[in-house]
Design a protein around this ligand. Sequence first.
Ligand SMILES: *[C@@H]1O[C@H](CO)[C@@H](O)[C@H](O)[C@H]1NC(C)=O
Ligand SMILES: *[C@@H]1O[C@H](CO)[C@@H](O)[C@H](O)[C@H]1NC(C)=O
Length: 369
Amino acid sequence: MAYSTQLSSVCRRKCFILLIYVIVALIFLSGYVYYTHLSKNYPLNQMQIISPVKGQRNLEVLERNTVKQIIQRVILNVSTSTQTSDPKTYLNINLYEYIINEPDKCKDQNPFLIFLISTIAKEVKQRQVIRNTWANEANGAKDGLTIMHLFMLGFENQADSKLILSESQKYHDIIQKDFKEAYNNLTFKTLMGMEWISTYCPQSKYVMKTDSDMFVNTEYLLEMLQPNLPSKQDFFTGAVAKDPVPHRWKESKWYVPYSVYPESHYPDFCSGTGYLLSGDLAPKILRSSYKIKYLHLEDVYVAICLKKEGIKITDPPTNNLFNVERVPFSPCGYYNLITSHSMPPSLILQYWQNMQEHKGQCSRNGLTF
Ligand SMILES: *[C@@H]1O[C@H](CO)[C@@H](O)[C@H](O)[C@H]1NC(C)=O
Ligand SMILES: *[C@@H]1O[C@H](CO)[C@@H](O)[C@H](O)[C@H]1NC(C)=O
């Protein structure tokens, strides 16, 4: 009798403790469900700085379903990646819908190199010259290499978007998402490009991100990449800025306050005028962008993403291949460089033609990456 009373009192105590455990577990569980539910919703509702503009949704949006799928996929990932930080400062490029897309451009193709070119709607002439000169697919085809290019745009207004759409229907080389076109939104563009590669062309061997005021010596670039060798991985190069410091004076075009970037130095980065990466890096850059605070300097931002992924920038074999300024023209000088900057379209065309006419007289300096 005494034994069984003892037993039941032990049970009562144990049962009580068990009950406490269950209640505590329930509290944790409901907290967890509530929290994950909240963070799944915030990118659509609460990202204030960089949330999609509602009024633009009535534009013709291609590939709506695919994008929705991507959005859902990525929201899941973002909810786990940004739980510990302030969500307002993160950009999730997948949340912006394509106004113009080229989802099939890469289907059944294995491009060796894709150019991603930042441009704005009014640069019609620039795009035309670029198509006819350095981005021309014939530059690769003569060596049996598939090269492609995509012009990247944000949204300015309906009228411009109509013009862009008709240009796109003619050339099929434009992608546009519904973020606002602005110099300080270049990071949006670059990430759109990285997302496009990751989604529609992950098999691309190399990618070069560059601008509409650039001369690019595609033939030399292809030679330097040695297409006959296995393609590189985790490879990123360009005009490297070493030990770069943020500009802390307000008048600078590249002004960044301490509140946005508190550290004394940026990681080494490659100038956004033209950097080259192996295709495998595009999804890595995209992936780390979900965890890195937005910075409008796209080239610095990409370097921060690379650092997070543990990728080291490769120095080019000499410092005069990728140029952040306009290099004075000579046909053989241009024959042995990869980029030159600050060029109106007329000059791109003139230099390209002149270089082509005289290249028989030039010899290669024979460098490779
Ligand atoms: C989530 O991100 C990881 C890498 O961080 C990736 O491997 C995975 O495929 C992603 N999941 C989805 C559903 O996109
Ligand atoms: C960048 O785009 C976003 C989304 O459209 C917009 O909210 C923001 O104001 C733009 N930034 C600038 C500097 O215009």
